[in-house]
Design a protein around this ligand. Sequence first.
Ligand code: AMP
Length: 117
Amino acid sequence: MTYDPTNVFARILAKEIPAEILHEDDRCLAFRDVSPQAPVHLLVIPKRPIARLADAQRDDRDMLGHLLVTAAELARSQGFAEDGFRIVVNSGERAGQSVFHLHVHVLAGRDMAWPPG
Ligand code: AMP
């Protein structure tokens, strides 16, 4: 899918709109979801423009691993690693993706149901 550089996460990366940023490095940014679905709801996004997980290529392996390791580091630094947390990546509209810049949801602070809705 073609990447739309005007999407809301691109604008957060460009610091054109504010976000509550918890972590930033050369490859990713992590911030609080504006509409939290759990007591803790963070988003970890790559700086590289990629619309969906469905568009990932072999060259994206390091970046994708970096997003997950960053999520784990945030879980430890924010104190919910041992309590448990859920990682969600919605890829495509049918899966519920609404912002077409790849992102990892990190949800914690409540019991999680399975199967997910
Ligand atoms: P998804 O539905 O998987 O594409 O997730 C997009 C997420 O982005 C949703 O959970 C939204 O609440 C969140 N979101 C949308 N706009 C913003 C924003 N400006 N700042 C932080 N989170 C946002």
